[in-house]
Ligand binder design. Structure first.
Ligand SMILES: [Zn+2]
Length: 191
């Protein structure tokens, strides 16, 4: 897009997308994690490869890393809100904690509002991750709206959004339908 001659070269903010990754990624360290509140509604994760010194998404169809037999590792991503910092983060968790997240989601129908705590087995940086999700208290403070994770991941990995496939699990569809039904209630609760 070319700027017209009358347009100033100065601006208060960069163009959309030029700001870089707005949300820092957080993981569970050896000392564990305690307290951030989930702002995303549902679990979302994908397989990744460690290739060329960085993590990259497995794009499944014609994935060059799969073709080279590079092993895959699943990671889940949730937007979480730190009350203390008053900001949101992209929280990454591992396959070992995925069932905990899904079980909570199936029981409570949304992850939003759940407080997360986690620990690493043996207090080791790469010890097996265990997560605990605690339902929100009834007097819980209103939460910020969760940004859309797929576009954040796309931005983080510099992989075009179109290469990500839609999550297709039945439970995901069921939850979306359910959330659609209760959306007015959620709005009343969260806004
Ligand atoms: Zn792959």
């Amino acid at each position: 897009m070319s700027a017209s001659k009358t347009e100033s070269i100065f601006s208060n903010v960069p163009d959309d997308g030029d700001e870089g990754m707005r949300y820092q990624i957080i993981r569970t360290g050896p000392k564990g994690i305690k307290g951030p509140i989930v702002t995303s509604h549902d679990p979302l994760g994908l397989y990744t490869h460690w290739a060329g010194g960085r993590t990259l998404p497995c794009v499944k169809k014609a994935c060059e890393h799969c073709e080279q037999n590079v092993s895959r590792r699943w990671y889940g991503f949730l937007m979480v809100y730190s009350i203390k910092q008053d900001r949101q983060y992209l929280f990454e968790y591992t396959a070992s904690a995925a069932s905990t997240v899904v079980q909570y989601w199936e029981k409570h129908r949304t992850l939003r509002g759940a407080a997360i705590s986690g620990e690493r087995q043996g207090g080791r940086p790469n010890g097996r991750l265990t997560l605990f999700l605690t339902p929100p208290k009834s007097e819980a403070e209103p939460l910020p709206k969760a940004p859309e994770r797929v576009s954040l991941l796309s931005q983080m990995w510099s992989v075009p959004l179109s290469e990500f496939l839609e999550p297709q699990s039945a439970t995901k569809k069921q939850a979306e339908e359910f959330i659609e039904q209760i959306r007015p209630t959620l709005r009343a609760v969260n806004e």
